[in-house]
Design a protein around this ligand. Structure first.
Ligand SMILES: Cc1cc2nc3c(=O)[nH]c(=O)nc-3n(C[C@H](O)[C@H](O)[C@H](O)COP(=O)(O)OP(=O)(O)OC[C@H]3O[C@@H](n4cnc5c(N)ncnc54)[C@H](O)[C@@H]3O)c2cc1C
Length: 483
């Protein structure tokens, strides 16, 4: 029998009253719990608008002690708890999964203090509700750099970024969120506080417990604060967009850029002309390179020394060797910001395509161009005229693939093709030794496929750990682990 038990079914009004009574008895102000439908509603819908859960209430604690009180009460009452940060999850992980009307959404957004910045120790301690942008600014304030960056920087919060092990643009140089975390403070399912806010770069004193909470999507515990690693400042930066003769040339560009750019190379994005055109529609304004080539690579170099000569060497090296046919090196901060704003707008730009099926795939580095090319014929066989919006993090083997309805096609008819298209894409990725979730997580969107990707013994281990940390199964049920 599975050690993970389903939360008990209780009538919503009774459950709310019981929860409120427990919190009052614990001395918690009644305003912490919100049941107003208008306030609750945006917390039940995910960012993409694909998932809408039901829920009893929104809990918005301001202190760690209040987080503990909420969890203790929900644990006693066996109420599902859905930790939520900025609610920018791409896989429905941050809203209650279906069939859980007594879920309590636990928003960490009010826990938003930077507790401590230690410039000489190269770390800071941020509470779970701090946005990524706030952490980046706090690092800049002491001439340090925080290594993670992504388009949702002003929405996504530290607890969510830890719990999804977010990736984004800087992984090539700094690694994923996991690589930024030195220590964590976590409230467990029963309200127990684990204070693991260590600032150590090296610690071989047994099991690295923080790893149990990184990338496990709020199913193992509620992160309340993180001690985060800082890096030297990016005093000098340069950005370069290279237009390619064809998709396969992206690998040659990567090879040359890595060789010439070395440690200064901090982002290397595969950027389709289609994405630039759509993003320019969203933002307004011109395209960066006249003629808009089908495939491009966007590079970012940064360091404490001048990096522009490196960018120039990459531009001339790739063009001389025929790996690139054109390019633009940003000449000002405004031009650089424009290049990255276009890239940041890709998620938003999808809305212009109508219905699209989106995949966040990873294969071994160097194989993403093969994957992109191999995917198209079988998908077009199933959905003639389907449009491909393919982009990704070239240096990380991470390809975002969106397969959009043909122009003027009926979305409802296209929707019926989803299972067949997903099967083709997923099987191809598994055959290439890849994964169906590179950085967005599993959530409720992919949990059935997880059962197909992972061997049974791996799933059994995951279930055993979950059962040990959350025996009543109250933390984010219906997410991540398949039934
Ligand atoms: C425009 C846009 C661009 C994006 N770009 C990228 C990208 O480049 N790379 C990338 O990796 N992702 C990207 N994302 C996805 C998203 O921003 C990340 O998954 C992010 O980590 C989610 O943070 P959040 O605070 O919004 O978490 P939420 O969406 O609120 O929650 C995400 C998960 O974490 C859990 N959780 C949240 N807070 C806590 C906590 N304190 N303790 C325990 N569990 C918690 C939730 O239960 C849920 O399972 C993008 C999203 C958008 C909208």
């Amino acid at each position: 029998m599975s050690p993970v038990t389903a939360p008990s079914a209780t009538r919503p009004d009774e459950a709310t009253a019981a929860l409120q009574a427990r919190l009052t008895a614990a001395g918690i102000t009644p305003s912490l719990l919100v049941t107003d439908a208008d306030i609750l509603e945006p917390h039940l819908r995910d960012w993409r608008g694909w998932h809408r859960g039901e829920g009893l209430a929104l809990a918005r604690p301001r202190t760690v002690a209040e987080v503990q009180a909420v969890l203790r009460a929900c644990h006693d009452l066996r109420l599902p708890v859905v930790p939520q940060g900025g609610n920018s999850s791409m896989c429905g992980a941050s809203v209650p999964a279906s069939g859980r009307p007594s879920a309590v959404v636990l928003s960490l957004s009010a826990l938003d203090r930077i507790r401590h910045v230690d410039a000489s120790g190269w770390n800071l301690v941020a509470e779970a509700g701090c946005t990524l942008g706030a952490v980046q600014a706090a690092a800049r304030g002491v001439r340090r750099h925080f290594g993670l960056d992504l388009g949702a920087r002003d929405t996504a919060r530290i607890g969510g970024l830890v719990s999804t092990n977010a990736g984004g643009m800087g992984v090539l140089r700094y690694g994923t969120m996991r690589d930024q975390v030195l220590g964590l403070e976590v409230v467990l399912a029963d309200g127990t506080l684990w204070s693991g806010l260590r600032a150590l770069r090296k610690d071989n004193s047994g099991l690295d417990l923080k790893q149990l909470f990184i990338g496990t999507e709020g199913t193992h515990g509620v992160v309340t604060a993180a001690c985060l690693r800082l890096h030297p400042p990016e005093t000098h930066v340069a950005s370069l967009l290279l237009a390619l003769p064809d998709l396969a040339s992206a690998n040659r560009v990567a090879e040359i850029a890595l060789r010439l750019g070395g440690r200064a190379l901090s982002a290397m994005e595969l950027v389709p002309g289609m994405g630039l055109a759509l993003a320019a529609q969203v933002l307004g304004g011109p395209l960066p390179v006249p003629g808009n080539h089908a495939w491009n690579v966007l590079l970012h170099l940064a360091g404490e020394e001048q990096v522009e000569p490196l960018a120039e060497a990459i531009a001339s090296g790739t063009i001389e060797q025929g790996a690139a046919v054109d390019g633009v090196l940003a000449q000002s901060g405004a031009q650089e910001a424009r290049l990255w704003a276009l890239r940041d707008a890709f998620s938003e730009a999808h809305r212009l395509l109508g219905l699209s099926f989106r995949f966040d795939l990873a294969v071994p580095v160097g194989k993403i161009t093969d994957l992109a090319e191999m995917l198209m014929p079988p998908v077009l066989g199933l959905a003639p005229g389907a449009r491909f919006f393919v982009f990704g993090h070239l240096g990380d083997g991470n390809l975002h693939v969106s397969i959009a309805q043909p122009e003027r096609a009926d979305a409802a008819t296209f929707a019926t093709l989803r299972p067949a298209i997903e099967k083709v894409v997923h099987e191809m990725v598994w055959q290439m030794g890849g994964t169906i979730s590179a950085e967005h997580g599993i959530g409720q969107l992919h949990r059935e496929e997880l059962a197909l990707q992972k061997p049974p013994e791996e799933l059994a281990l995951m279930r055993a750990v979950k059962g040990m940390l959350d025996p009543k199964g109250i933390l984010n049920p219906g997410q991540l682990l398949p039934d």
